[in-house]
Design a protein. Sequence first.
Length: 73
Amino acid sequence: MDNPQAFPGTFIGSGGGRYPTPGMTLLDWFAGQALKGLCEPSDVNADPVEFVKLSAQAYQIALAMLAARDLIA
C-alpha cells in the first residue's frame, strides 16, 4: 500500500537557509480528516480514553482510504 508524503515543502531557517521537509504522510492526513468527521462539538470535554478510541477508528478509516486509492489508481 502506497503511503506517500502529503504537503512536502521547504522550511526557511532563521539564517535564510532552505531545508526540505517531508510533511506528514497521506495516512496521517486521511486519519486527521476522518477524526474531524468522527468528533462532535460535545467531544471537547470527553474522556481522553474516548479520544484514543476515536483516533483508532480514524486510522482504520484512513487505512481503508489508502487501500481504496490503490484500487482505483
